[in-house]
Design a protein around this ligand. Structure first.
Ligand SMILES: CC(C)(COP(=O)(O)OP(=O)(O)OC[C@H]1O[C@@H](n2cnc3c(N)ncnc32)[C@H](O)[C@@H]1OP(=O)(O)O)[C@@H](O)C(=O)NCCC(=O)NCCS
Length: 270
């Protein structure tokens, strides 16, 4: 099992970086069988619980690809990596030795999956398809803080859908970084809804909030995505999965990814 050696430089992750990968799972659906072989027993059990074949395929592909990516960073075989799970289900690497400093999180929306990988800091990510739906106002009132609801209402009607998803994905990325899932009180922190992602306040404390950084992902217009990290001043590098191929055996899967421009900086691919 190997990642494309031509892209090996992509996998050097310095402690002041976050690497974000986006993948269209349709690119790897033909590898379902090979990727399934990489999964642990408990992951295979989870896969078998999906009644719908498409959902099963997405789970297998996203976990298989996660293992491929983490393998490229750790130098360990994808199938040897072991995860432990936080009280609310957040997966983390626990073995083999040396993998401990890597932190990751992933999010899927239909066929799209986004991975965020960094070292030594809590990280969370969220991706959503941007689509108008009736009842958006009710969901905003239920999920956003009073300050965020006010900010959301201040957007012109034509911009509210985008603002809704910016707020949603930034909040979700934060609670996923914390690992607390739905148990985190969503009105206890405020994020921005405009172009610049930021955690404004946490438990009414701006200093606590300033320990965190929020980033928007650079995705196609029909998607919104955000990453939250418990650190300041990290550089976010974004990559897109180009292709994954294999020649028969799961040991010969190759993945290739290319670097995208950095969001918000205008820095082009090098
Ligand atoms: C799992 C959870 C954290 C996110 O669920 P989701 O939005 O349906 O799913 P996503 O695709 O973004 O993320 C799922 C992945 O996150 C990871 N994950 C699971 N539990 C997690 C947790 N507690 N914290 C962080 N990551 C978690 C897993 O890798 C999971 O994918 P996998 O099991 O297929 O590998 C969910 O429990 C949750 O709390 N949702 C909150 C929804 C909400 O009300 N958000 C309000 C935003 S304003």
């Amino acid at each position: 099992m190997q990642a494309d050696l031509a892209n090996a430089r992509l996998y050097a992750l310095s402690p002041d970086e976050i690497h974000v990968y986006q993948a269209d799972l349709r690119v790897i659906e033909s590898l379902e069988k090979a990727l399934y072989e990489l999964l642990s027993g408990d992951e295979r059990d989870r896969a078998s619980e999906f009644v719908d074949a498409l959902h099963r395929l997405r789970f297998v592909a996203a976990r298989g690809l996660l293992r491929m990516l983490l393998s490229a960073y750790t130098g360990q075989r994808p199938g040897d990596l072991q995860f432990r799970y936080g009280a609310q289900g957040k997966p983390q690497l626990c073995a083999p030795a040396g993998a401990g400093s890597l932190e990751f999180n992933l999010s899927h929306s239909d066929d799209v999956v986004v991975y965020a990988i960094t070292r030594n800091r809590a990280v969370g990510g969220d991706v959503e398809h941007v689509k108008d739906f009736s009842g958006m106002e009710d969901v905003a009132e239920m999920s956003f803080s009073p300050q965020e609801v006010r900010a959301w209402r201040s957007f012109p009607a034509g911009e509210r859908t985008k603002a809704f998803y910016r707020c949603w994905t930034r909040k979700e990325a934060f609670i996923k970084a914390v690992g607390s899932g739905v148990s985190y009180p969503l009105d206890r922190f405020d994020v921005t809804l405009g172009d610049q992602a930021e955690l404004l306040s946490l438990e009414d404390d701006r200093t606590k909030a300033a320990e965190w950084t929020l980033y928007d992902c650079d995705l196609s217009a029909d998607l919104a995505g955000a990453v939250a990290v418990h650190s300041r001043g990290l550089k976010l590098l974004q990559f897109a999965l180009d292709a994954a191929t294999h020649s028969g055996s799961p040991d010969e899967i190759q993945i290739t990814a290319s670097r995208l421009g950095l969001p918000g900086t205008g820095i082009a691919e090098d």
